[in-house]
Write a protein that binds this ligand. Structure first.
Ligand SMILES: [Zn+2]
Length: 375
């Protein structure tokens, strides 16, 4: 090894140790130096040096002490979860949701505001006013903000700025520039379902193969294969909303007929009060409502069956509707099993863990994940 190589090796090893120690704090509430040394197989001087470095950067702090009474107590250290925050926006036809997410990936504040989407200068200005008010009302310091992730009902290239398909709302090619014009932070745009799935993956880090179906006012999807999002050749993978479910069926916003979207969009259940709908569903004996729900479930399990048959992986039901499905999971599994060719149980059907604001949170988590990689 020559000198430069040796220096690089030394630098990489140091960075590796620092990242490992920081990651340890992300996964443990508190740790002593001894915990770190034995847990990560490091020497105490290495741990001490890194603790000093991370403390200096404000990323960890002393949180208490541990030890036997009478003996010397060892200080415990914990993550400063709010040393940095990322913001997330969920842009829909009628609303803009804002969230702030800490370094643990936890939503620390959120707000949902009615604002009808229009591709006008005024709209983008209003979004930035909403965001500013959100920042001020939750006392978020500007220098802690890593960036703003924006979830949109459109397909987005891997550069997170170029939009190339959007029929739900009138999002245009220069959407990124319009957001950029008024939002004074780093921004990145994400397809809504991909963002929601990213939040899901954040909570369930061991997901290997899964298909996420977003059952919101539009239906989207995201596919994780070997722990990675599979984007497809044209960044339009997993668009489950446009599988033909019923030939010559209901009109879809995409221009085709019979797509999954017009059958599974949350608006089939309620136009604007899904919580109220599910509350009523618990006790209602209104046949029209029950028939509609039963039909919805049949369309849902047919869609699940298509995806399961092709991909042979777990299927996560998410989006607005996914948040309310707990009481109906057994029924969904029963119906899915009835039409399955291969399965002898339906444990592959899972409900989303991230029940609320998953799109905005997922978009924000992009910044958290990138930041953690730099430590
Ligand atoms: Zn369609």
């Amino acid at each position: 090894m020559n000198n430069t190589n040796l220096e690089n090796f030394d630098f990489n090893l140091k960075k590796f140790n620092t990242s490992n120690i920081y990651s340890y704090f992300l996964n443990h509430e508190a740790a002593t130096k001894q915990d770190l040394a034995s847990g990560l197989n490091l020497t105490l001087p290495t741990v001490t040096k890194n603790i000093a470095y991370l403390s200096e950067r404000g990323l960890i702090q002393i949180s208490g002490s541990r030890g036997q009474t009478g003996g010397r107590r060892a200080a415990t250290y914990s993550l400063c979860a709010e040393a940095k925050v990322a913001l997330g926006l969920d842009i829909t036809r009628h609303h803009v949701a804002c969230v702030a997410v800490d370094l643990n990936g936890k939503i620390i504040s959120f707000s949902r505001n009615r604002l009808v989407f229009k591709f006008t200068d005024d709209y983008f200005k209003k979004v930035s006013v909403l965001l500013n008010n959100f920042i001020e009302s939750h006392d978020i310091e500007n220098d802690k903000i890593l960036g703003v992730g924006i979830g949109i009902p459109a397909l987005v290239q891997s550069d997170n700025c170029s939009v190339f398909y959007s029929s739900i709302i009138d999002i245009r090619e220069n959407t990124y520039d319009m957001f950029r014009k008024y939002i004074p932070f780093d921004i990145a745009m994400f397809n809504d379902a991909k963002a929601a799935c990213f939040a899901e993956k954040w909570v369930n880090k061991d997901i290997l193969n899964s298909f996420y179906i977003m059952l919101s006012n539009n239906v989207g999807g995201s596919m994780i294969i070997n722990g990675q999002v599979y984007s497809g050749d044209n960044f339009r993978s997993a668009e489950v909303g446009h599988i033909t479910l019923v030939p010559h069926g209901r009109q879809c916003y995409c221009g085709q007929c019979g797509c999954v979207d017009p059958y599974l969009a949350a608006t089939n259940l309620s136009q604007d009060d899904l919580a109220g709908y599910f509350e009523n569903l618990k006790t209602t004996d209104d046949e029209k409502i029950l028939d509609n729900w039963s039909q919805y479930l049949d369309y849902m399990v047919s869609t699940v069956n298509i995806v399961r048959t092709i991909l042979d992986c777990d299927i996560i039901l998410g989006g607005y509707v996914g948040a309310y499905l707990e009481p109906y999971l057994d029924e969904i599994k029963k119906r899915a099993l009835k039409i399955s060719t291969f399965d002898s149980d339906a444990e592959f059907i899972k409900l989303c863990s991230y029940k609320h604001e998953s799109i905005a949170a997922g978009a924000a988590l992009h910044y958290i994940s990138e930041f953690i990689k730099t430590v």
